[in-house]
Design a protein around this ligand. Sequence first.
Ligand SMILES: Nc1ncnc2c1ncn2[C@@H]1O[C@H](COP(=O)(O)OP(=O)(O)O)[C@@H](O)[C@H]1O
Ligand SMILES: [Mg+2]
Length: 216
Amino acid sequence: MTSTLEARELVVVREDRRILDGASILVPPGEAVAIQGPSGSGKSTFARALATLLEPDAGAVLLGGLDAQRIAPTQFRTRVAFLAQQPAMFEGSVLRNLEAGPQVHGKSLSDVRASELIRAVGLDEPILQREARTLSGGEKQRVALARALANEPEVLLLDEPTAALDPDAGERIVALLRELRARGLSVVMVTHEESHARALGGTLYRCERGRLAIDS
Ligand SMILES: Nc1ncnc2c1ncn2[C@@H]1O[C@H](COP(=O)(O)OP(=O)(O)O)[C@@H](O)[C@H]1O
Ligand SMILES: [Mg+2]
C-alpha cells in the first residue's frame, strides 16, 4: 500500500530570507510529480524538507495523513526514499550496497531478490560483484535506486537525478522512473530541466521564489 505524501505551507527562513515561503504539494498514491524551477528557487530545500531531512520553521509534512513528526524517522525514511543528485556508494560491492538497508532492519536479501532489483533498474547481474565506488555516474544512480527499492519504499523522492549525467543516461533515468511509477510507486522528481520534468509524465509543479504552483 502506498500513502499520500503532502507538504502544507512549508516555510524555511535562513539569514532573514524566506527560502521556502509557504510551499505546498500533494502526491497521491502512485502519482508522478515533477518540480521544475530555476536555480536558487528553493527546490533542494523543499526536497530536503519533504524528506524530513530539514525541519521547516512553519508548515507540516504528512504521510498517509499523519504528521511526519509523529512517525519515527527510520520508518519515514524507509517509506519515503530520498536520492541525492550524486548518491554516495557505500564501500564494497554493489551487492553489499543493496544488502545494507534490509540489514538495518535485521533482514537478509536473497540472491533472487538482488537479481530482481538490479534488473528492475536496467542493469545486469554481473554488476552485483563490482566495487560500487568505481561505477559511472549513471550506474551509481541506478544502484542507488535499486538500493532504495530494497527497502520497499512507497515514495521515491529525487533531487536532480539527471543533472550529473550525460543526456542519454539522464533520459534513461527518467524512463526508469516512469517504469517504477507504472509498478505502483509514487515518484517526486526535482529538476531544473524542463524536458525531463515533462518526460516524467505526471503533474508538473513550478517552483519560484520558495513557492510551488501547478503548471498547466
Ligand atoms: N543553509 C542555507 N543558508 C543560507 N541560504 C541558503 C541555505 N540553503 C539554501 N540557501 C539559499 O536558498 C536559496 C534556495 O536554495 P536551493 O533550495 O538549493 O535552490 P535550488 O535547489 O532551487 O537551486 C538559494 O538562494 C540558496 O543560496
Ligand atoms: Mg538544487
